[in-house]
Write a protein that binds this ligand. Structure first.
Ligand SMILES: [Zn+2]
Length: 264
């Protein structure tokens, strides 16, 4: 699933090309990817100027000249591609913007397009941005839950934009076991975790995100950061620090990868 670094990589690529441009036409091949379901999306956006494209959590937010906003969420398998090629299988929406075509495809359809209008905030349901959060803020949020720290980090109301990959990597970096109760982390651990989250996300941004299976950037290219993962996707391989084999466990339907020696 695309997380903050992957989504930001796409936004950074779209901004210089699409900002200030007019949406000439939209082809809706699958109306059910648009929410709310009764939205007349083509009416809502045709002829509108894109004034800004930004990211909040894992959402890609388009602001239009009218003050209306919508966002795209890539879900598990979504892609947003600037292309002149014929639409790939599972391309649900094609935006024609100036001389560009922007294709939204999503085979598993956990993602979609969400219309906000002029008044609804794209921040709704989202906690702080992980690159901006202070240790005290994270500590306060974690002190309110007894869940395993891995689960708390995936909760978008705690941190907006972190998912499975970067939660595992940040817990390794800060030597915290993924099953540690959130409210039992020491101030030193929370501080170290806050730094680790930022460090891991910044490194992933430099490498244009991670591609395990589905993720591609706005030009259709994979990210590079998966080669530098310390734990995620490395089950059975030796820990880079102590050579112990990395373990994968499942907790409430999600997996966690960690080193049983370095993360106690
Ligand atoms: Zn280790």
């Amino acid at each position: 699933m695309p997380e903050l670094p992957e989504v930001q990589t796409i936004v950074t690529a779209l901004q210089p090309k699409l900002t200030g441009q007019i949406i000439r036409r939209v082809q809706i091949r699958r109306p059910d990817v648009i929410s709310p379901t009764n939205t007349k999306f083509h009416v809502f956006i045709t002829g509108q100027k894109i004034t800004t494209i930004s990211r909040r959590g894992k959402r890609i937010i388009f602001q239009l000249g009218t003050g209306d906003q919508f966002y795209i969420h890539l879900g598990m398998t979504g892609r947003l591609t600037l292309t002149t090629a014929a639409p790939a299988l599972h391309t649900h929406i094609i935006f024609e913007i100036a001389e560009y075509q922007l294709h939204f495809s999503d085979p598993r359809r956990f993602g979609g397009i969400f219309c906000l209008g002029k008044t609804e905030s794209p921040d709704k349901g989202l906690g702080p941005e992980p690159l901006e959060i202070r240790a005290g803020e994270l500590a306060a949020a974690l002190s309110r839950t007894t869940r395993a720290i891995k689960n708390a980090l995936l909760d978008q109301t705690v941190l907006a934009g972190v998912g499975n990959i970067y939660a595992d990597e940040a817990l390794f970096e800060s030597h915290i076991h993924p099953l540690t109760r959130s409210d039992q982390l020491s101030p030193v651990q929370t501080s170290s975790l806050t730094k680790a989250i930022k460090k891991v996300l910044r490194r992933a941004l430099l490498h244009r995100g991670s591609t395990l299976r589905d993720y591609r950037d706005a030009s259709g290219n994979p990210g590079d950061f998966q080669k530098l993962h310390r734990v995620y996707g490395r089950e059975g391989q030796p820990c880079h620090i102590c050579k112990t084999k990395i373990i994968r466990i499942t907790l409430t339907g999600r997996s966690a990868h960690f080193c049983p020696v370095c993360q106690v």
